[in-house]
Design a binder for this molecule. Structure first.
Ligand code: SF4
Length: 237
């Protein structure tokens, strides 16, 4: 599961290492809209390190997916980035299946569903290990963030409420982001309505102090440079 490219946001002084592949099979995965094919040739560890070291002014590196923890190079890249380059290190998104804390400053874990049976149906994997890893990462002192996807009628408020209560049980100040489901090929559910999103955000805010949300259409997701300056980047590798 290799890193396939590195981008850099001059505005945020942040590099992002993009990993290919995932161990879950989420039925609503947004990569079903846009995931590029796995490249035939991928950069070596030395090439990834050289690319990160070449960026003037870089202050942080985020590792993203697919699922970034599947990359066997990750522990060494975190060590290199943190100890040799002095960068802040984060998992920009992870499904939480693997626990990594060494040389890592922060992580953003997506909690897919609360009920184990539903979690297995939606992702192919059980839920409890992810929550155990979330607790362990929090207790290790990482800067924690979390997110979930609202799929009305499927992964709905009955799933969301125990998720945000669980997070609040660790700290109500852990930032949480709620994403409205973006319809993808083969998934039967519609986007949430504005009212459904508002009710879900209000529920989250009963438990947590910092709650953001996004409610994109498929077209907006595919054009996020126009909507979000974090995606205005140049390709480094
Ligand atoms: S964990 Fe994320 S990248 Fe992996 S299948 Fe699920 S939504 Fe897609």
């Amino acid at each position: 599961m290799p890193i396939v490219r590195i981008t850099y946001s001059h505005q945020y002084h942040r590099a992002t290492a993009h990993n290919w592949g995932c161990n879950m099979r989420c039925r609503g995965c947004s990569y079903l809209l846009k995931e590029p094919p796995r490249p035939a040739v991928t950069p070596s560890l030395a090439e990834v390190k050289a690319a990160l070291a070449s960026i003037d002014g870089c202050q942080a590196v985020h590792f993203m997916g697919g699922e970034p923890t599947l990359n066997k190079q990750l522990p060494e890249l975190l060590r290199f980035a943190k100890r040799e380059l002095g960068l802040t290190t984060k998992l920009g998104h992870t499904n939480g299946w693997n626990l990594i804390t060494e040389d890592l400053d922060g992580t953003n874990v997506t909690l897919k569903a609360w009920d184990d049976e539903l979690h297995r149906e939606y992702t192919g994997l059980p839920a409890q290990r992810i929550r155990d890893n979330f607790v362990a990462a929090f207790e290790a002192g990482l800067d924690m963030r979390a997110s979930s996807v609202l799929i009305p009628g499927y992964i709905d408020l009955d799933q969301l409420e125990p998720i945000v209560a669980f997070i609040a049980g660790l700290s109500p100040e852990i930032p949480f982001h709620l994403m409205g489901f973006i319809p993808v090929p083969g998934a039967p559910w519609p986007r949430p309505t504005e009212d459904e999103m508002a009710a879900a955000v209000a529920l989250c805010r009963r438990y947590l102090t910092t709650v953001g949300s996004s409610h994109l259409t498929p077209a907006q997701l595919l054009d996020h440079e126009a909507r979000d300056d974090r995606f205005i980047v140049r390709q480094v590798l």
